[in-house]
Design a protein around this ligand. Sequence first.
Ligand code: MSP
Length: 481
Amino acid sequence: MANRYITTPVYYVNARPHIGHAYTTVMADILARYFKAKGEDVFFLTGTDEHGAKNAQAAERVKKTPKQYVNELASEFRIAWQGLNIDYSQFIRTSDPKHEKVVVDFVQKLKNAGFVDKRRYSGLYCIACERYLTPKELESGLCPDHKTKPVLQTEENYFFALSRFQEKLIRTIERDELLITPATRRNEVLGKLRAGLEDVSISRANVVWGIPFPNDPSQTIYVWVDALINYYSATEMYDSLGGWAEHPADIHLIGKDILWFHAVIWPAMLLALKLPLPKTIATHGFFTIGGEKMSKTRGNVLDPLELVEKYGVDTIRYALVSAFPFGTDGDFSEEIIKQKYESELANELGNLLQRVLVMMKKYNLCSLAKKWQGAKRNKVSSKSRKELLAVGEDIEKYRFDLALSAIWDIVRQGNEAIERAKPWELAKNNKAKLEDVISNEYERLLLIARLIKPFMPATSSAMEEQLQSCVPEPLFPKIDG
Ligand code: MSP
């Protein structure tokens, strides 16, 4: 039975997967791989959010039925995650009838527990956000995120009594029983919660592409309610996850744009059913592309698979995670990828491996590899242990960028140690010292391979193979163009 349950958001299928989705998913994969390597039984859930007006409109634009369209797009997400070497446990789709059934039951239970009633409501709805905006949130009458004009909608809807959970949520978040990290985001949520909490509409009268509301097929369940329940329905659908009541999610990894839904609406839905809350909501920042918001109209949407094809999967994983600190906003671009490929990956890591293996061959030291494979293979020196622990701690605290820069310090120290020791001179007059230097570098490379494993699994394996076979091959060859 899984003892660590990690999730990404379920992504809308209104467009193909882009590098923003990849950012979250790669980080979740790093966490999952890290905990697996530690011997834990990890369940890593990702998937697609397929109902609602936004997806239905996208289907209409390409003249397909919603079902046909979401099937195609869900496959695109699967293919993208395969290309990025994402080792998820299950891929959940909100159009899966098993999930739909759980959602209906969940909403029925909210009704039974007395948290749902019908009201007439008038508000400004942004389809791109899939939510009502308050007049205060608008900027010059437009949605601040999408710069589009929200539509005035007057409907009779079912409402969830969110406001009843204000005090309880404040207390739970203050005590870190629901840990929202980083702290700036936690404080942001607390500030907003203290300012007041309004009830929220959980059904739509005019959205056909959705799950029918229990006992009222004239309405469909609000797409966000449907989507949030995926984390729970997974625990009903997949045997290797215990039920949510025994083991709720450990980590919901999300972008800052959807924090309110995860930190307030979702926990309130769970509290209403007396279900336990997720343990952590880890919230990362947003990136711009070359200083601009990523958008179709600007034509700066980066396709993860195209980048993987050009630069290799681990380059993209590395570049995404090291570009800026988790939790803050930052910038990303193909330029950044290129630059990281040439300097950190090819010139620093690739070069270190290459020169050590070339010297081992040249100075007849390939026997070192055999020696390590024998006696020392599974032994970690105390210095290595310290480094493994430090990098592990960074990963567990979502400081992925810091973990990588700590690893790259070790890479740089390797290149510097070689410059200082000048093995090519030792080869002439001090064989014992030469063996010592190369042996140290060999050990360092084994450590680096182990440290980068969750971040760059393929590169890590390639390094290990070369270190065993003593046959150097460029890890990051020159790229044309
Ligand atoms: N379907 C909802 C989520 C429901 S979860 C119960 C949704 N989907 S989405 O396709 O719009 O994905 C949003 C998520 O994609 C963000 O929270 C973030 O994880 C990721 N990102 C999208 N664009 C991004 C950037 N420009 N930068 C960083 N992450 C980005 O919202």
